[in-house]
Design a protein. Structure first.
Length: 479
């Protein structure tokens, strides 16, 4: 299954001015204070693309910008794009003005004022032709698993582009994820209701109420009794600090409430983009595409987004850390590779160490603590069969699950992955860690996988040995 997402919609420029107000102005009832900072970030479909890339997906973003090229430049310069995993298919139109929002916030990022540029009249036919051509080429070349429609009602998402996306879905089979604007409800209904695969429709509660014209009530009941057209979607309706509600298509499907994570909200700007990215990631992973797992991933991504100032990225390793809460740290190689990728994208460093870790002793703990200090630590743990190959038939003393549990109990460890071979060279090559930690007794030897690590580091644990511990136990027992 492809892990490529195409994001299509309105690119928006988010400008921020941060002030430290300390009094009310004498001439009007407004906060007054000095300017402390200012910055610019990409919003709208651009932020959805950033969030999808931060989740470890390969992303292409399709949209339009003005002749200055500011939107594309912000995407190019973003930290998420340091590995160039976002393909920017943004058309420049000199007569177009990229929509912008100016937010004035205080030192805690609470909104004091907001000014939006007005929606600009445009030649819809020309824009539609341009977007359809770019979309068609991108879908044919990338064959995305998911297409996210990020609609802020700025004129980019149109009848023509919706018709094209529906037509090409029949051939390419991608999953549509629609972040809707209430003003375009009729357009969505005309083109997306009844598509296969069933589109995922993800309004917030306010937008859902406007589009369905239902009387306000308990969200689960509103979603259960959604109008017939809305029964044709997979619904993910967000409700701010109350979490979200997921419902599969059909009148007989019961809604599922996904609770929020326990966080302190700083800024709700761009949370829906993180939710869309969480859904896109879940749909790229068969084990995560069930309604509950998809909803849980989306709720965590949206919850983490509001803890950050502005449209800051939510990284997949942050989301997975919440998913793991209370469930241990065991993972397969595919997940470990994804986690390592997003850690590096966020500016972090990945460390790997490996071993049998039979009868955990202080030497093991020292190695793990040093490897995990300031690093994201992945431990490659010999399977029981692998241990017998290198240690003999009487080993391991503890089976894999017991050894994994002992490693997971250490706060410095982030993931534990089993490997079957006599060495973890294949796994190290796939993860490509910044650091590979080994016992100092291996210094000067040929270290399997070392060629695929940025640096090999050695830790002295020679005063501790599981083999010596086993011999001592046997000697004491026989005596």
């Amino acid at each position: 299954m492809s892990d490529t997402a195409l994001v299509f919609g309105d690119l928006i420029i988010d400008r921020y001015i941060q002030s430290n107000p300390y009094m009310i102005d004498q001439t009007a009832a407004v906060a007054y204070g000095p300017q402390i900072d200012e910055w610019v970030s990409i919003g709208g479909a651009g932020n959805a693309a950033i969030q999808a890339a931060a989740m470890g997906l390969h992303v292409e973003v399709v949209g339009i910008q003005d002749g200055r090229g500011e939107a594309a430049n912000l995407l190019l310069a973003h930290d998420v794009n340091r590995f160039r995993n976002i393909i920017i298919s943004v058309s420049s139109v000199p007569s177009w003005q990229t929509p912008a929002k100016l937010r004035i916030v205080d030192m805690k990022h609470r909104l004091l004022a907001r000014v939006d540029t007005p929606r600009q009249p445009l030649n819809k036919a020309d824009i539609a032709d341009m977007m359809c051509g770019t979309l068609r080429d991108s879908i044919i070349e990338r064959t995305p698993n998911t297409v996210i429609i990020s609609d802020y009602n700025k004129g980019v998402v149109s009848h023509d582009t919706c018709s094209l996306l529906t037509t090409m879905q029949r051939e390419y089979g991608y999953q549509l994820v629609i972040d809707p604007h209430p003003a375009n409800a009729e357009m969505y209904r005309n083109y997306f209701a009844g598509c296969d695969p069933t589109p995922i429709f993800m309004p917030n509660r306010a937008a859902y109420e406007k589009m369905t014209m239902q009387a306000p009530g308990r969200l689960e009941d509103m979603v259960r009794w959604a109008p017939a057209d809305f029964q044709k979607y997979r619904l993910v309706v967000t409700e701010g600090c109350q979490g979200l509600v997921v419902k599969e298509p059909g009148p007989n499907q019961n809604p599922i409430r996904i609770p929020p994570i326990d966080v302190t909200a700083v800024d709700q700007c761009g949370a829906s983009d993180a939710v869309a990215a969480g859904i896109a990631f879940a749909m790229a992973k068969p084990h995560a595409s069930t309604p509950v797992m998809m909803g849980r991933t989306a709720a965590i991504a949206g919850g983490l987004a509001v803890t950050k100032a502005g449209t800051a990225p939510v990284w997949w390793h942050e989301v997975y850390g919440e998913l793991l809460e209370g469930r241990g740290k065991r993972a397969d190689l595919e997940l470990a590779v994804t986690m390592a990728k997003t850690v590096r994208m966020s500016g972090g460093r990945v460390a790997v160490t490996n071993g049998v870790f039979d009868l955990m002793h202080e030497g093991h703990r020292k190695l793990l603590r040093e490897a995990g200090k300031d690093n994201y630590l992945i431990v490659l743990l010999n399977s029981d069969e692998s241990t017998k190959q290198i240690k003999g038939d009487d080993r391991p003393v503890q089976h894999w699950g017991e050894r994994a549990d002992a490693i997971c109990d250490m706060d410095c460890v982030d993931l534990v992955v089993a490997f079957q071979g006599s060495t973890p060279a294949v796994e190290i090559e796939a993860i490509k860690p910044d650091f590979l930690y080994k016992d100092s007794s291996r210094e000067g030897e040929d270290i399997p996988g070392a060629a695929h690590a940025g640096e090999v580091r050695f830790t002295d644990k020679s005063s501790h040995s599981t083999s010596r511990l086993i011999r001592r136990i046997r000697r004491d027992t026989s005596g």
